[in-house]
Design a protein around this ligand. Structure first.
Ligand code: 13P
Length: 341
């Protein structure tokens, strides 16, 4: 794989105002979401749910790529077609989550480090043989009284850069995800300060590990007040803060920014993305796109309830959220879309 092929895949993932669908929940996370809505937590239910997503009619109109988990990339549709093949046949680029989860960082109470570097070269080669074209790694940064610590930010940034370099070596576009969590009562200003610090550190490490910025995507959090903060800024204030933070810290060579949703409601995530892409704002150097899991899937999951007879309606809900976010990329989303579709 040469550099140009990586650049082409990265560009394709943000082309035509489409975005990424994150359906890479680990088995424990997927089970937790199933348990909340009363769906049995079995391998067959997880497979069946992922089949519902992959076979949603017209999904390729607004989704460019789908991120799978290790379990899902090895699974098939009922008709025997592997999910990866079904996605490719549908013009959707398959991707894979490659971190092994965020674990307690030793000596740092309340902080996490994402594991998974050992043996990663071999795993990436296998995923590539299976048809994946991009790879995601999520680092988790928690805001609290005296955290995040410098050591937590540096350890996670280093791991992100090591994984990104290995991904490019394997011919997979890295989707680099440093997530500053929205849990807590911190202010938007505090989230700004931490996000800026994290992004500067991540790009410093990416430079040192010789990652080609043109052949990667960044998947950051939006700059938001904590969920329990008494002051909740407007959609436009969030969009402004997020863009200022990204302009300060993300090199223009990066082709695209694909936000995570992080626990925002589906409507707010769309509205905030829309505000960032609104025609009134100056054009940004990178595409501003989405790579949502909950903000695309949650309504569909709640409708499905594990019942075949709800599948069609659930697919309509999934398709609706994907289309709302495509509209948000064009600055054409409005709350009216929620009432009329
Ligand atoms: P959410 O959009 O639900 O935050 O998930 C994005 C993701 O891929 C987390 O790693």
């Amino acid at each position: 794989m040469n550099a140009q092929e990586l650049i082409d895949i990265a560009k394709k993932l943000v082309a035509d105002d489409k975005g990424l669908l994150a359906m890479d929940e680990s088995t424990p996370t997927c089970n937790k979401r199933f348990a909340k809505v009363g769906i049995p937590q079995t391998e067959e239910m997880r497979r069946s749910y992922r089949e519902l997503i992959v076979t949603t009619p017209g999904l390729n109109g607004s989704i460019s790529g789908a991120i799978l988990s290790d379990e899902t990339i090895r699974q098939h549709q009922k008709d025997g077609i592997p999910f990866v093949k079904a996605l490719v046949n549908n013009g959707i680029v398959p991707g894979i989550k490659v971190d092994a989860g965020a674990k307690e960082l030793a000596g740092h109470s309340g902080e996490k480090i994402s594991e998974g570097l050992d043996g990663l070269r071999e795993r990436l080669a296998e995923y590539r043989r299976m048809g994946a074209q991009f790879a995601k790694w999520r680092a988790v940064i928690t805001i609290g009284d005296s955290i995040p610590s410098r050591s937590c930010i540096e350890a996670n940034a280093h791991a992100l850069a090591r994984y990104a370099a290995l991904s490019q070596e394997a011919g997979l576009v890295p989707v680099v995800e440093p997530e500053v969590l929205m849990d807590g009562n911190h202010t938007l200003e505090r989230c700004f300060e931490v996000s800026e610090n994290v992004l500067h550190t991540v790009f410093g490490q990416l430079y040192r590990q010789r990652v080609m910025l043109e052949g990667m995507l960044l998947k950051p959090n939006m700059v938001l007040p904590g969920l329990d903060c008494t002051e909740q800024e407007t959609v436009n204030q969030v969009a402004d803060a997020t863009l200022i933070c990204l302009l300060r810290a993300v090199p223009a060579a990066v082709p695209g920014i694909t936000f995570l949703s992080g626990g925002q409601s589906p409507e707010l995530a769309s509205a905030r993305l829309n505000a960032m892409n609104s025609g009134l704002r100056p054009k940004m150097p990178w595409a501003l796109s989405f790579s949502f899991a909950r903000a695309i899937q949650q309504p569909a999951l709640e409708i499905w309830q594990g019942q075949e007879l709800n599948a069609w309606e659930a697919q309509q809900a999934l398709q609706h959220r994907a289309r709302c976010n495509q509209a948000a990329r064009r600055g054409e989303y409005s709350i009216a879309m929620e009432q009329h579709e």
